[in-house]
Ligand binder design. Structure first.
Ligand code: C5P
Length: 400
């Protein structure tokens, strides 16, 4: 099956012992029909000869930034423009550090900085180097910038110890690449509304009632949906996150304001993913002036906020509706009830008392409960990975 026909893949090989495995990666990609070009760091050429890659790919292999001055050509720009996808394998700690910091001191790092194509990095190194906070922070930065980081495999390492740090097998790397092209732009033509963060309910001109939602989950969903080609509207409450690029970003404060903005878009969208932590109550009489501390006790009367998602459920035409249930007890039972009451297609339930789940953190532990009763339990994972799981369920529903 030649499923990479017409795809231009740029492989960056850095100086790790696993470089030899990348010869097989290049060979497999070629057999799948891809046009493959290879850039190597000088250190990589200590492990594999550029000639090997040249024979396999039937393309010139690039190492040096500055060639013959008489033959001026801007290789890093033409290579960057060539790529539909960039794979870095193995990605050494040194390379990751440079890429995370925008250092461009050789042909490969310069090309990476210039390349706008999606990127997959496959780190491979000694376990301690991989687990070093410096490397972990660099990986986090790169991931936040949308680079797909392949998990290093566990096993015998060249340095003699056994642990995490092996380059995944060539077959696995190629599967990821095939998957990337299969899912690429799978949501194009779809318009998706995502809400994120907590609402902010004013008490007076300076005070408000808020909640601990950071908005991270919704932002990850919005970014992933955008990467999959969807037109995305992100309506965010009280968040401290920078608006993601290339999507319609609407900032709101109160639940009522969020309701208004959501309803204004509802008719034109294909799906709504309501990850916002909407306050259930608001202050009945908002003081026009700052409340003075005079009495010993102060009573605020609260009134119920509109349940936006429930309203969407009752107005639903063809839209797919996805809700969240953050609970502290009886998770599945409460989540199922909400799924029914709000007329949802599925609900993402998480117990916010579990370590690594819920508000403020970068990870989550969640279950997806579908209309047909099916439950999918996910282990602790990054919010960006969970965003992909949620979207793949949505993609399945679109395909039904
Ligand atoms: O009923 P509960 O607040 O637990 O339901 C959570 C789900 O409903 C979330 O998807 C949340 O965004 C949405 N919601 C809403 N309007 C409210 C309260 C919650 O849309 N007033």
């Amino acid at each position: 099956m030649k499923n990479l026909e017409g795809k231009n893949i740029l492989i960056g090989v850095t100086g790790g012992i696993a470089a030899y495995k990348v010869v097989e990666v290049a060979s497999r990609l070629k057999k799948l029909g891809a046009n493959v070009k290879v850039v190597m760091t000088r250190a990589a050429t200590e492990f594999v000869s550029p000639r090997t890659f040249q024979e396999i790919t039937k393309n010139a292999v690039y190492v040096e930034m500055f060639g013959d001055a008489a033959n001026f050509n801007v290789a890093h720009i033409s290579l960057a423009n060539f790529a539909d996808l960039v794979l870095i394998a193995p990605a050494t700690a040194n390379f990751l550090a440079k890429a995370a910091n925008g250092i461009a001191d050789d042909l490969l790092t310069t090309t990476i900085l210039a390349a706008t194509a999606p990127k997959i990095f496959a780190p491979s190194m000694n376990t301690n180097m991989l687990e070093n906070p410096a490397t972990q922070e660099n990986l986090k930065i790169l991931q936040e910038r949308g680079i797909k980081i392949l998990d290093a495999a566990e096993g015998e390492l060249a340095c003699g110890i056994s642990g995490k740090g092996r380059l995944p097998e060539p077959e696995k790397i190629c599967e990821e690449i095939v998957k990337f092209f299969e899912t690429e732009k799978i949501l194009s033509g779809k318009k998706i509304l995502v809400t994120a963060g907590g609402t902010l309910e004013p008490i007076d001109p300076v005070r408000y009632i808020g909640n601990r939602s950071s908005g991270k989950m919704g932002f990850e969903i919005a970014k992933s949906a955008k990467n999959l080609g969807a037109e995305v509207i992100l309506i965010a409450g009280n968040v401290q996150l920078a608006p993601p690029k290339n999507l319609k970003f609407v900032k709101v404060e109160s639940a009522e304001e969020m309701r208004e903005k959501v309803l204004a878009e509802y008719d034109s969208v294909d799906a709504v993913i309501m990850s916002a932590a909407v306050a259930d109550y608001r202050v009945k009489n908002i003081s026009p002036q700052k409340i003075k501390k005079s009495e010993e006790n102060l009573t605020l009367e609260l009134v119920k906020n509109p349940d936006i998602l429930k309203e969407l459920g009752s107005l639903k035409k063809n839209q797919i509706l996805i809700g969240f249930a953050a609970e502290t007890e009886n998770l599945l039972e409460y989540a199922r009830k909400k799924l029914d009451e709000k007329n949802l297609d599925f609900i993402v339930a998480n117990n916010v008392t579990v370590e690594g789940a819920g508000f403020g953190v970068d990870t989550n532990v969640a279950s997806i409960i579908k209309r047909n009763g099916e439950v999918k339990n996910f282990p602790l994972m990054s919010k960006s990975d969970l965003a992909e799981k949620i979207l793949s369920e949505l993609i399945k529903i679109f395909g039904e």
